[in-house]
Design a protein around this ligand. Sequence first.
Ligand code: COA
Length: 325
Amino acid sequence: MSAIRSVVLGSGGYLPERVMTNGELSGMVDTSDEWITQRTGIRERRIAADGELTSDLGIEAARSALAKANMTADDIDLIVLATATPDNTFPAAAVSIQEALGMRHGAAFDLQAVCSGFLFALSTADSLIRSGQARRALVIGAETFSRILDWTDRGTCVLFGDGAGAVVLSGESQPGWRTDRGILSAHLRSDGRFKEKLYVDGGPSATGTVGHLRMEGREVFKHAVSMVSDVIEDAFEATGFTAADIDWFVPHQANVRIIDATAKKLGIPLEKVVRTVDRHGNTSAASIPLALWEASKDGRIKRGDLLLLESMGGGFTWGAVLLRW
Ligand code: COA
């Protein structure tokens, strides 16, 4: 029986020009290149320029994904932007992207699931496509976490960076088999009991301020590998795929130790793991689409490859997606 699948027709990304190295951070807080590299795998991250907004990053990523897909905004009828750092409280930063692309039809909205945002957005767009409410979607992750960091807190400010990534999804008729291209299975989770482990201490309703990111790093670390592995096992059980079927593991890029421990637990060889955290840091909702962009651009990810995407972030939220490129 044939099925409509949301197939990725192009991916894109954008990184702000300014590079902030660990060395520069060690002049700002009591830290060192050695500590950051050993504990996180991060060597540098990008920082948005003054006046460069989340939507500006998202626009560049969207344009690059559309170009790769040989499409224009006329071909798109949905924009879902995953971000925890929108330009303003409202309207959604997605409508600024819609405007900049010259798109006068369809719908654009923001979605917030912090570091899991891209997978939540991908799954939402996939559902709208498969239900017939949209035909082609831009799914974007864009963040300027540099704006919500406490630059005096060495426990958090060394971990994050700014950036944006995007994919173009298109509803395509496929045979309905395991060999189909497109999103094959999406599994989303959250558990609000952990909301104080990783949060921002401000917001329009709570304080009327923007606030700063606060985190119990060790607690996040403790839960990350087991939560992510559990949801991946759910994805395997739902589809019949196993770790041996995976061509590329594209995890959220928070910490190389979390990434490698998850791959090891699942039995995925490190050669099949896409890592960008060393150069991007944790770009929250942008990290997975940036990793997809990089690994498809350099020829690692090829058409027909089976990809396993996973993420975990504030909330806690976490999820896994199986996707054939
Ligand atoms: N430079 C130097 N020392 C630092 C430091 C820094 N940037 N940040 C913390 N430290 C210190 C701590 O103060 C502590 O010192 P103490 O032993 O004197 O108290 C020591 O390093 C160990 O701290 P701890 O928090 O136990 O380190 P850790 O091995 O857990 O590593 C993280 C800290 C943040 C790197 C790690 O917990 C982590 O990656 N957690 C997950 C975070 C994450 O991924 N968040 C986003 C999820 S989307």
